[in-house]
Design a protein around this ligand. Structure first.
Ligand SMILES: C[S@@+](CC[C@H](N)C(=O)[O-])C[C@H]1O[C@@H](n2cnc3c(N)ncnc32)[C@H](O)[C@@H]1O
Length: 223
């Protein structure tokens, strides 16, 4: 499995996840990659306010135990994400997607292709680890009026792949590349650089929203 950050790093995006879910009134939420459930909880909180549900997909069984008031809104699908997306009924449409599973370029490209028919025009796909080329650095700023230089912490763009401490798994992060290569006629996106980045992605040529809540059977599968 190729991933770039510890759970702590994606956990820093928790407010963003809950806020998006609430702001757009997301009722059908998909989480790809859950690990310990650090990001499942804020999605569930958002779903609570929108009277929605969260479908989480992960290859590994989750030990996450949602609070009692949120339990009925959570549906864990243990399995491979591509397989899950391929088997989705055509009418299933998601309002919000948190994409934080396998980070290789090929995986993310295939995932976005498979997701596209399950989005409406105002759906938001949030992707983690899209600002891996942004680092913070202490620099001396020289003042133009000749005043004494002062120290400041600034964001600088670095060639991520040349950093000495970059491990194999980090250099294999392909989320950013997959997003950048999306055709601009169909997709638009913006990235917040904190905590290795979260990108908000929208398929602007997708059909208008059909406000239908997904129906799930007793095992949590969408019917
Ligand atoms: C970075 S962790 C998710 C972190 C989580 N969003 C959080 O902040 O706590 C990545 C997760 O993706 C899962 N995963 C990796 N590749 C996958 C795949 N192809 N299909 C489904 N799950 C996958 C791993 O089992 C792991 O739990």
């Amino acid at each position: 499995m190729h991933t770039i950050s510890s759970p702590g790093e994606s956990a820093c995006h928790r407010p963003v996840l809950a806020a998006h879910a609430m702001q757009i009134g997301a009722r059908n939420i998909l989480e790809l990659g859950a690990l310990h459930g650090d990001t499942t909880l804020p999605l569930l909180l958002g779903a609570y306010y929108s009277d929605g549900h969260v479908h989480t997909v992960d290859m590994t069984p989750s030990k996450f135990n949602p609070p009692a008031m949120l339990k009925a809104r959570w549906h864990m699908h243990q399995g491979e994400a591509h397989m899950f997306l391929r088997n989705l009924p055509a009418h299933v449409i998601f309002d919000l997607v948190w994409l934080d599973d396998e980070h290789s370029y090929e995986h993310v490209v295939t995932e976005l292709q498979a997701l596209a028919p399950h989005l409406h025009r105002d759906s938001i796909v949030l992707l983690h680890d899209t600002a891996v080329g942004v680092e913070h650095e202490e620099v001396d700023l020289v003042q133009s009026d000749g005043g004494s230089p002062h120290h400041q912490r600034v964001a600088v763009h670095v060639n991520f792949f040349e950093l000495p401490y970059v491990s194999m798994s980090r250099s294999d992060c392909g989320v950013l590349r997959a997003v950048r290569e999306l055709p601009v006629e169909s997709w638009e996106h913006v990235t917040v650089t904190a905590c290795y980045g979260a990108t908000m992605l929208r398929k602007k040529d997708a059909p208008r929203r059909e406000q239908k809540l997904l129906v799930v059977d007793a095992d949590g599968y969408m019917v």
